[in-house]
Design a protein around this ligand. Sequence first.
Ligand code: G3P
Ligand code: CA
Length: 233
Amino acid sequence: MIIGHRGASGYAPENTMAAIKKAINMSCNGLELDVQLTKDQKVIVHHDWNVDRTTNGKGEIKDLTLDDIRKLDAGKWYSDEFIGEKVPTLEEVLLEVPENLFLNIEIKSKADDNRGIEKEVIELLNKYNRLENTVLSSFNHLCLERIRKINPEIKIGILFEAYLLDLFDYIKKFKAYSIHPCNYYVSKELIDKAKDNNMKVFCWTVNDKSRAIELSEMGVDGIITNYPDLLKK
Ligand code: G3P
Ligand code: CA
């Protein structure tokens, strides 16, 4: 599977409707999107903890309301062509994305944040009948534990930044659907172990064609990329 990272973020401002629509038009198999909770508990699609880099505003997402965030421009930082793009809500994205497109929703939540983003995300997926075709991933494994408690069936993806020697022992408790390693740590051995444990492997972020071919030959199930069209070829 070719999965657009933050949409087709090589061609449009990450995590905006413009990037999402481009990824859909590039016929990718799935979309990877980051989600966070605003001050007023709305689920928005956004990567950084603050709005400083990718909008014309300033401040932490957790300190801003959806109304505050909706006033910001999320396109100009990338190029003038995208002036007017907004930070979308997860709900808007679910309304736009065709049902057959696989979603990898990465929950960005700090370890001490107990406001319940997991519940909000699952409720939205349920409302739009997207639970089947979605994997919820996070670097915050407390968040994944909470997801598993809320829903014993939902697909969980374990994100990790460094390779853990006892990875498969450690992740047993999550009953995960997939592992999501940085592509540098992917080897044939890791993929075979994942298959033995009945888990899929989705690796990030691969923008180089020859590395994509190597990973594909090793047997990864999905590649997360900023350039879905290049990797499709
Ligand atoms: O989900 C894979 C990848 O997106 C994780 O890293 O920083 O791009 O969210 P980041
Ligand atoms: Ca991400």
